[in-house]
Design a protein around this ligand. Structure first.
Ligand SMILES: Nc1ncnc2c1ncn2[C@@H]1O[C@H](COP(=O)(O)OP(=O)(O)OP(=O)(O)O)[C@@H](O)[C@H]1O
Ligand SMILES: [Mg+2]
Length: 252
């Protein structure tokens, strides 16, 4: 694979895009993300809030990782930093060969689009677009031709059991179906990492279990997934649980 270089972006090792179809024993041991001494301090006026303190996390490709901790402990902050939605006060995040903390502001949207898929508690689908269009839209800014985008969106939705819901708008879908559309959307650009903040917070327990099984299957195929959850039933299906208290992470 030719080395991809973007001006101003530090390439730590040769990048290989995450791929859900990928599955090989050796490669499964490959480290996909290294978080080093990551800290975030917010200021409320002059008072510092240490939302995250010196976090160090090593994640292997294909891990299905839960992040648990009380309200206000720093879970969403960690996701926002890894997702490059916020800037770290200190530390490094090396994802799939790129140091995210050194990416210049103007390149962040494209790095984010290529490397990270987001899944939110409230799905965040565009209400005026169909399921197919919502998934296809996420690929619009990548250099994939339209026909290919449509085919990939269709096949992802079919894989997630939504083959007969392609032309439904979000308001015409159940909560679980909407969340599956948002999973398809997160997978569309073959991200190195999926970040999910309370993805089962709004659905009943049966739907929750089916969403967790989808994540499990994806991780078995080599997709790396980080899930913030309060739900022990979700955490027990994960390959590892990170616990966070007052901004300090413990790895179990
Ligand atoms: N923009 C901000 N400015 C100041 N303080 C903030 C800001 N965002 C978060 N915080 C504080 O940082 C700490 C961590 O917040 P965070 O949202 O990461 O918690 P959380 O673990 O996701 O909680 P929850 O389970 O309630 O979603 C909290 O004390 C919060 O009040
Ligand atoms: Mg939160």
């Amino acid at each position: 694979m030719p080395e991809v270089r973007m001006e101003g972006v530090e390439i730590v090792k040769k990048p290989e895009r995450g791929d859900v179809h990928y599955n090989s024993e050796n490669e499964g041991q490959k480290i996909i993300m290294q978080v080093e001494n990551l800290s975030k301090t917010y200021f409320q006026g002059k008072i510092p809030v240490h939302a995250l303190r010196c976090a160090c996390i090593t994640v292997k490709r294909g891990e299905f990782l839960a992040i648990m901790g009380p309200s206000g402990s720093g879970k969403s902050t960690l996701l926002a930093l890894i997702g490059t939605l916020e800037k770290a006060t200190d530390g490094k995040i090396i994802l799939d060969g790129t140091d995210l903390t050194s990416v210049p502001e103007k390149l962040l949207p494209s790095v984010r689009r290529e490397k990270i898929g987001f899944i939110f508690q409230h799905y965040n689908l565009i209400p005026t677009l169909t399921a197919l269009e919502n998934v296809e839209l996420s690929m619009r800014f990548s250099r994939v031709p339209k026909k290919e985008r449509e085919e990939r969106a269709r096949s992802l939705l079919e894989e997630l059991g939504l083959g007969d819901r392609l032309n439904h708008k979000p308001s015409e879908l159940s909560g679980g179906e909407q969340q599956r559309v948002s999973i398809a959307r997160a997978l569309a650009n073959k991200p190195a990492l999926i970040l999910a903040d309370e993805p089962t917070g709004e659905v009943d327990s049966k739907t929750r279990d089916s969403i967790v099984q989808i994540f499990k299957k994806l991780s078995e195929k080599g997709q790396t997934i980080l899930v913030v959850t309060h739900d022990p039933e979700v955490a027990k299906e994960c390959s590892r649980v990170l616990r966070i208290t007052d901004g300090v992470i413990k790895d179990y």
